[in-house]
Design a protein around this ligand. Structure first.
Ligand SMILES: NC(=O)c1ccc[n+]([C@@H]2O[C@H](COP(=O)([O-])OP(=O)(O)OC[C@H]3O[C@@H](n4cnc5c(N)ncnc54)[C@H](O)[C@@H]3O)[C@@H](O)[C@H]2O)c1
Length: 271
């Protein structure tokens, strides 16, 4: 059902680890919609993941880059423009990791070295990508940058832990940089706030399976899948959304506007 929405566009896609990753689905669809792109992930993910399979499928090259390293990002941007033959039209930031979550540290008793790593990997990395791109004038006019986020940036979801702080920072960076990059070069920057989705990062959160069912029952349309998220990302990379910038866009089946649903009430009235 491809519509050539991204025909002729060049992109960089961060964060495809395996075929459950949201970035993986975005890469498959962007390819079907006519885009050319470079895939990138942390060097360690090259060993753990199946990214080569995705590269083969989408005729794309892989450039390893740790998103916390200025040097890696700079090299990634230079090489991407060379491989793709020009400036970048779209960037997907699909990166998240919290050592505190991994090591089971409670939010009230964080390890602060881990905390700064959570923020650095999951949020500051977006600032670095944008800042280095701006200095190199690497993103085309009307280019579109998207980062994936979660509603725990606005409301408490206890087991989301310090990732909630990282997502708040990520959304703020997207808004602030969206202002500066919009004025300088008409580059638009948005976050997409996605439903809980069964991926490696998602499943790392405590009680994730129960939480997915709760969220599904609290969303009039049900949870949005990774494939549906890819549909939305491709639309946001296309020329049909040119004046959308500095927004946090909920892609969650209505969860964010719902106080309660009959299905959830029924759960509490079951005998
Ligand atoms: N899965 C969910 O429930 C859900 C919901 C809302 C938002 N998100 C967000 O979507 C994004 C993608 O996550 P996903 O669910 O597809 O899981 P995923 O585990 O497939 O992707 C996370 C990616 O981050 C990469 N990464 C970690 N450290 C890195 C570093 N230093 N440099 C470069 N890359 C690094 C990993 O290698 C991996 O590819 C994340 O930002 C996540 O927080 C996920």
């Amino acid at each position: 059902m491809a519509n050539n929405l991204l025909k002729g566009k060049r992109g960089i896609i961060f964060g495809a680890l395996n075929d459950k990753s949201i970035a993986w689905k975005v890469a498959e669809l962007a390819h079907a919609e006519g885009a050319k792109f470079v895939l990138t992930n942390a060097p360690i993910a090259m060993r753990m993941g199946q990214i080569q399979e995705l590269a083969d499928k989408t005729n794309s090259e892989i450039i390893p880059a740790d998103a916390t390293s200025d040097e890696d990002i700079s090299n990634l941007i230079d090489q991407s423009m060379e491989i793709l033959g020009g400036k970048i039209d779209f960037v997907l930031h699909s990166i998240g990791m919290s050592p505190n979550v991994r090591k089971g540290k409670h939010y009230t008793d964080l390890n602060y070295k881990f905390y700064s790593q959570s923020l650095d990997i999951s949020a500051t990395s977006l600032h670095k990508i944008l800042s280095i791109s701006m200095k190199k004038d690497a993103i085309s006019e009307w280019g579109s940058v998207l980062a994936l986020t979660y509603i725990a940036a606005q409301r408490i979801f206890p087991d989301y832990n310090d990732m909630a702080d990282a997502k708040s920072l990520l959304e703020s960076i997207s808004r602030s940089f969206g202002y500066h990059y919009g004025i300088k070069n008409k580059v638009r920057i948005n976050t997409i706030s996605q439903s809980p989705t069964p991926t490696t990062a998602g499943e790392g959160i405590k009680g994730f399976d129960e939480f997915v069912s709760f969220s599904d029952k609290m969303s009039p349309l049900g949870n949005a899948s990774a494939e549906a998220c890819a549909d939305y990302c491709v639309t946001m990379f296309s020329d049909y959304t040119k004046y959308v910038t500095m927004q946090n866009l909920f892609h969650d089946g209505g969860f964010s506007s719902t106080g309660v649903t009959q299905e959830v009430i029924d759960k509490f009235t079951e005998e």
